[in-house]
Ligand binder design. Sequence first.
Ligand code: LMR
Length: 394
Amino acid sequence: MLAGLSSQTPDKIMALMRAYAADPRTDKIDLGVGVFRDPAGRTPVMAAVKTAEERLWRNQDTKTYVALEGDPAYLAALSGLVLGDAVPADRRAAIATPGGTGAVRMGLELARLANPSARIFVPDPSWPNHAAIIGFLGLERVDYRYYDAQARGLNIEGMLADLGRAGPGDVVLLHGCCHNPTGADLSAQDWQAVAGLLTETGAMAMVDIAYQGFGAGLEADAEGLRILAGQVPELLVATSCSKNFGIYRERAGALFALAPDGPTRDLAQSNLTMLNRQTYAFPPDHGARVVTEILTDPDLRADWQAELEGMRLHMQRQRQGLADTLRDLGGSDRFAHLGAQRGMFSLLGATPDQVERMRAEHGVYMIGDSRINVAGLSPDLIPRVAQAMLAVGL
Ligand code: LMR
């Protein structure tokens, strides 16, 4: 029976991780998968996470099941972090999920249950797993214009024009902040325009916010999402604690469904609970409990926020450092976008052939669309990366 399976194309980000690991060169540079790295190239466990884990180890006296939705304290704390007071609590349905990917998957499953012929409008480009999940669920994907590769920035006119074609029963996928892979985000004014358009057309947004705190700051990164949440009647929000708490492998995320009224909220909640039950029963709890401990203890929370802010500023400095070095070495400002954009990722604008040459000839690894993880840079590495870029003709 198993011989009847067809072979699967590996996810390009995961394939790159494997290729990097297999490369014997000791001076190789990893700008691939989206994990934070400190200047020494490590992905450390955050201090607040260590403290919270120590407390859990001391105080936790059972590991019995919690609830199909996940721990209510976790969902309340995380929903406050992401949504603030943009929407009253009695309009929020929620489930804990295994990471942000679990949240995206559950959000799309919910949309499919509500409307099996929903079209999912996806930014071009987007995180590759978005298209993979949509395709796997048999939903129709419609790409909308998002990034202007020539101008190296957001194409808001094209985006609004394309989103005008989404209607009731369709889903519009938006990145809450730190757009993956472009680093080009919507301004508050752009979010207002999107909120107005969705209110007019009746399409439902699903916001994937996996990098809150990596862009302009914890609150600033949620501003657009909150503008939207305050105006549209319905909204799905997929969030992740992988990056901003650095607990990647613990798989802590959540899906929020914001409903127009109490009865619809209850309906959404019962469907979300069912989805968790029949997919994996209970969501993972350890990472969720660590996050709750941090968010609900003022001292621990302050400690976490300070460390997160340090990570954000480190990434911002690497961006600016690369942009400045390229300007000095290349004599032009054509990479100024790298300094101006936010979050973990940007596109260099290289062709697949140039990306391949940077890997083969210079040991610099990035995704084939020339997405770099700026956290993989450091002051020591920036000159080498800049020289490799210029050497391949960028
Ligand atoms: C990435 O985009 O590199 C991260 O979100 C890791 C992943 O799962 O793809």
